[in-house]
Ligand binder design. Structure first.
Ligand code: DGY
Length: 324
């Protein structure tokens, strides 16, 4: 009998996923549910044939220079893989996979949640009520912005943005614009009720609410800086369910405090879980703790997708979600 490949898992996973891992691999499950530091990541790379990592594991070039190196695959639990230095992984001949598709619906639902919460001031309202400060219904109380019929600008037009477009246009009657140099075909955009724009600036200038859906790359880090936020319409809203470092926090907190933007909804943060303290003081921001894919169905599906990537690799089959 050939030995099963050894797979080291860095975080606790849904129970059904952990038990499937036990059946298929010689698995070392995470004993503690904390981000894995560089030393433990290097130990995992040195002792496992595969590592099942998550978006909180920083697999930098230094970490990937682990010696001796046994791991031949890193199966990341997440669609984003900016936590992995993919070029360094390639240089060490380590395959990298992600878990696309299975989180598209839930992450786009969460983007809609933030659009609705910010424009309708839901976070602010809940805080007022829980704080015992609600004095009762009145015509001028906590008046937000109508969502139906407003213009949504999507930055990036991948799977999640397309699912947001479908919901916003067909569900909320929104006019939807997008900017993506690799946008889907005109036929697909038409089916989503979405009009492409040639530049990001055009989307920013026209949209009542801008939702970010691009990956974190050297080209997108700091994309929403002072200049671009200034190009957004006065009184508009920004929503981010992609990655925190796409937004310049100095510029966004200034735009929110100064009133140029009416509000923002953020599910992701630079340096999370440490949040820029200025956001905490702003009432016009909805802050969520990176919940985009956090449903039972999706987290299980992400785990099974990572397992399928590992199994395909070790069985010599085509790897479904290989990104490097
Ligand atoms: C991802 O998959 O990239 C999310 O940010 C974590 O669900």
């Amino acid at each position: 009998m050939t030995a099963q490949p050894k797979v080291i898992v860095t975080r606790r996973l849904p129970a059904a996923v952990e038990s499937a891992l036990r059946e298929r691999f010689d698995v070392e499950l995470a004993a503690r549910d904390r981000p894995t530091g560089p030393d433990d990541l290097q130990r995992a790379l040195a002792q496992g044939d595969g590592v099942l990592s998550t978006v909180t594991d920083k697999l930098t070039a230094e970490v990937l220079a682990a010696y001796p190196l046994r791991a031949r695959i890193i199966a990341n639990f997440g669609v984003g893989y900016d936590n992995i230095d993919v070029l360094a992984a390639q240089a060490h001949e380590i395959v990298v996979t992600n878990t696309p598709d299975v989180l598209t619906d839930c992450t786009s639902d969460l983007a809609m949640t933030l659009i609705l919460m910010t424009m309708r001031r839901a976070g602010e309202g809940e805080r007022e009520l829980r704080g015992g400060r609600w004095t009762g219904w009145r015509p001028t109380h906590m008046v937000g912005s109508r969502v139906t019929g407003k213009t949504l600008g999507l930055v990036g037009m991948g799977r999640i943005a397309r699912a947001v477009a479908r919901r916003a246009h067909h569900g909320f009657g929104m006019r939807v614009l997008c900017y993506d140099p690799a946008a889907p075909s005109p036929v697909e955009l038409a089916a989503l009720g979405t009009e492409p724009r040639a530049t990001l600036e055009e989307v920013l200038a026209e949209a009542d609410v801008v939702s970010l859906h691009c990956p974190s790359t050297p080209a997108t880090r700091g994309l929403m800086n002072e200049q671009r936020l200034a190009q957004m319409r006065p009184g508009s809203y920004l929503v981010n369910t992609a990655r925190g470092d796409i937004v310049d926090d100095d510029a966004l907190t200034a735009a929110l405090a100064g009133g140029h933007l009416a509000g923002a909804g953020l599910d992701v943060f630079r340096g999370e879980p440490n949040i820029d303290a200025r956001y905490m003081k702003l009432d016009n921001v909805v802050l969520l703790p990176h919940l985009g894919s956090a449903t039972r169905e999706t987290r299980e599906a992400m785990g099974f997708r990572a397992i399928e990537n590992l199994a395909a690799f070790f069985e010599g089959r085509p790897i479904p979600d290989r990104v490097a």
